[in-house]
Design a protein around this ligand. Sequence first.
Ligand SMILES: [Zn+2]
Length: 244
Amino acid sequence: MKLGQHIASIELYTHQDSAEPAYQPVLLWDDSGATLVDTGNIGQMDQVTQAVEDAGLQLSDIKRIIVTHQDIDHISNLAELTAEYPDIEVWAHADEVPYITGVKPLIKMTDERLAKMPEAAQSAIRSLFDRLPSIRIAREIKDGELLDIHGGMRVIHTPGHTPGHICLYMPKEKMLLAADELRVVNGELAGPAEAFTPDMEEAVRSMHKLKDLPLDNIFCYHGGLYDQAPSVRLAELLKSLEQS
Ligand SMILES: [Zn+2]
């Protein structure tokens, strides 16, 4: 889906007959090449390839991948992409790097959780783990940093969902790429999924960093675009989360 000039979402579906995409990386491109924000879940490489082509680009146009956080639905095709295209740079927040590169175990994919999964899923996840040490981080990005992408993209460190979770803000478009800090659920803006947010209080505190941004659009990895007075709704959401 086209989100703006030279910005498109990469819609990834869990099943062929799913009505809504489950995951939505974002692809941006300018004179400095294309940037992919997150890479989808296990088994979705073909969908990623197709969606990039649908946006009028090729995987070889991707110059960098920004990883918003370590969860497997965000990092799963990273090793494959960087193995195939070694010039792709991977950027992430320092607090997330040890997980993405397999130095520390992913915080939510514990042995206990893994053991409850079907055999096929377990082996797919274990082979993902095996590939993580091949990932090289070219650049650690910091809170407040202005990236020279798309006319300037602000990094906002929003810990809580994971320690090094980031959102990305594009002032020109007044668009926030919220990753998993926010979701769109049944058309409404929502906070991060509690079941997958180990430190919900910190995630809510992180939301304060977002609430004063001039916003026309919020784009969530889960649920997509929210453009109904996003600032007003974000303030309301923050209030309700702090009261609960
Ligand atoms: Zn996610």
